[in-house]
Design a protein around this ligand. Structure first.
Ligand code: GDP
Ligand code: ZN
Length: 332
């Protein structure tokens, strides 16, 4: 037997031993590390840090929990079943079925979950910095895609001196096609009550470009922000600002707000043309009525969407933004 062959066999044996050890270690994490005998209880994931979770129990007390590997990727907002381990901590043993899951593709193209059980996307814009291109339409298409309600917040309304502002016209269109539009100024605290009632009993996230006032809105909506983050760092043993993952906050009027730099700047990557069409809700009555079944809604004769623009049933800029997004499909 040559030396080379021996080495190969040795390598294979070492690899087999390593594999067995890995399995053993996995088995131990899955089955051994926590014993519990408490009754099963309900909880909501407030934040995930590494292999641990902080959950809020039914009375909103925070509990640090371990979870078993075979439960998969648990994220902020997940509803879980957990048991006390008797030392103030807990173990999560099951994850309830999610109603919605916000995700984004990672660098390898796999969908990475960001937040579970959201009900609404709060899209924030301002006169300054004005929304660029089709960003707002992209967020709206994301809301349609993930099955979330969407509301539009026009913040810094104190800067809207010109009643003929282009942004106001765009927002009138959004309102007409059924998206609630709220005028808010965190500076003057105007529109605050309307915003609060729109967030009541919902699970929301704020999205929008940098500088439009998302931090200011979070601070306005959560007067006890410091208390909530303080309680969290005490429970998790982590510093206050060590986590960049999504975090769930309880709103004083009821409902939750999930926030993190990661979810604030999330972008939807729609890859299918049909999916993009569904992202523009006012297009629905016209889809399938073009002369050509594979109509791209560009220059084709008999395009039902182009005709809808001509007869004033669809805003021309919405179809333009759709076209720009369609041209970008697959290029990102
Ligand atoms: P974010 O990047 O979206 O989180 O935006 P910030 O909350 O950091 O706000 C960006 C800037 O806009 C800050 O200088 C705020 O003081 C300012 N700002 C926020 N809300 C308002 C508002 O309602 N009116 C005005 N005039 N400025 C605001
Ligand atoms: Zn068409």
């Amino acid at each position: 037997m040559s030396r080379r062959r021996l080495t190969r066999q040795q390598k294979a044996r070492i690899a087999a031993i390593r594999e067995r050890r890995l399995h053993q270690a996995q088995y131990e994490t899955d089955n051994l590390h926590v014993s519990h005998d408490g009754p099963s209880r309900e909880g909501t994931v407030v934040v995930r840090h590494g292999r641990s979770l902080v959950i809020a129990d039914e009375e909103r007390h925070l509990v640090n929990c371990q979870f078993r590997q075979n439960l998969g990727d648990i994220v902020c907002g997940d509803h879980v079943i957990w048991h006390s381990t008797g030392d103030g901590d807990g173990v999560v043993t099951a994850v309830r079925e999610r109603t919605t899951l916000l995700s984004r593709p990672d660098y390898g193209g796999h969908e990475k979950p960001l937040a579970a059980n959201l009900t609404q996307l709060v899209i924030v814009a301002a006169p300054s910095p004005a929304p660029t291109g089709y960003l707002l339409d992209q967020y709206l298409a994301a809301a349609e895609h993930f099955g979330l309600k969407a509301i539009l917040v026009l913040n810094k309304s104190d800067l809207l001196e010109d009643v003929d502002h282009e942004l106001l016209h765009r927002f009138e269109t959004y309102a007409r096609i059924g998206y609630p539009v709220l005028h808010v100024s965190t500076k003057q605290h105007s529109g605050e009550e309307n915003l609060r009632s729109s967030l009541k009993d919902e699970s929301s996230i704020l999205v929008g470009q940098s500088g439009v006032g998302k931090s200011s809105l979070v601070n306005m909506l959560l007067p006890d922000l410091d208390v909530q983050t303080g309680a969290l760092s005490k429970t998790s043993g982590l510093g206050k600002h060590t986590t960049s993952s999504a975090m769930l906050y309880f709103l004083p009027q009821g409902g939750t707000l999930i926030d993190s730099p990661g979810v604030r700047s999330f972008r939807l990557l729609i890859t299918e043309r049909a999916e993009l069409e569904q992202g523009f809700r006012e297009f629905a009555p016209f889809l399938g009525h073009c002369q050509f079944s594979d109509c791209r809604h560009e220059q084709e004769p008999g395009c039902a969407l182009t005709e809808a623009v001509e007869s004033g049933k669809i805003a021309g800029w919405r179809l333009n933004h759709f076209r720009l997004m369609a041209q970008a499909l697959g290029k990102t």
